[in-house]
Design a protein around this ligand. Structure first.
Ligand code: IMP
Length: 184
């Protein structure tokens, strides 16, 4: 299949610069809370946050234990179905009571992040639970939730690339692009 090149919203260089800044800010925040021999537990949300998580952890200046959960709510269109489908939430018990950084690709309606925060809080009673999202789309929010840190705020656009997909396509793009017009 031929590779299409959607319009650039944030370039590879812009994402790298912002990820570096976030890594620094998040490290400074957690340095105060982490004990000498403690790691920050980083939980990336698959699939959308796989690239952002990989890049962000390499900008952290604190020791990290990397975990992933998997959740899907979009299916093959650009409107969230608001149904958390087939989640894989298996996490090791050694994260109980720790400092946790939850890494999202985008906070859109907020349903996914709210669900995951509640689940982690209830199951693992973290001493701190911080949400970082690469993108923040506040105009579409349905539940009251704000990321503690985010890379870029965007309008109501459907964004693809750098881990984000439309119907499982475009995740491999090294920039964030815009799909012109909502597709369904
Ligand atoms: P929520 O609506 O905040 O629960 O977001 C659910 C998930 O939908 C996100 O984690 C993304 O994977 C996906 N999503 C939301 N907005 C976009 C977008 O603009 N492009 C690609 N995926 C999106």
């Amino acid at each position: 299949m031929k590779k299409v090149k959607p319009k650039v919203l944030f370039s590879k260089e812009e994402i790298q610069k912002r990820t570096k800044e976030l890594g620094h800010e998040i490290s400074e925040y957690f340095k105060k809370n982490l004990q000498e021999d403690d790691s920050l537990i980083v939980i990336g949300v698959l699939k959308g946050a796989y690239i952002f998580t990989a890049d962000l952890v390499r900008e952290l200046d604190v020791a990290a234990q990397i975990e992933f959960v998997r959740i899907a709510s979009y299916g093959d269109n650009t409107q969230s179905s608001n149904v958390i489908k087939a989640p894989d939430l298996s996490l090791p018990s050694n994260i109980y009571g720790k400092n946790i950084l939850l890494v999202e690709d985008i906070v859109d309606t907020g349903q996914t992040s709210a669900f995951l925060k509640k689940y982690i809080e209830e199951q693992f009673k973290p001493s701190k639970l911080v949400l970082v999202s690469l993108l923040n789309k506040p105009s579409r929010r349905e539940v009251q939730i704000e990321p503690d840190f985010y890379g870029f705020e965007i309008e109501d656009k459907f964004v693809i690339g750098y881990g984000l997909d439309f119907a499982e396509k475009y995740r491999e793009l090294d920039y964030l692009g815009e799909l012109e017009g909502r597709l369904s």
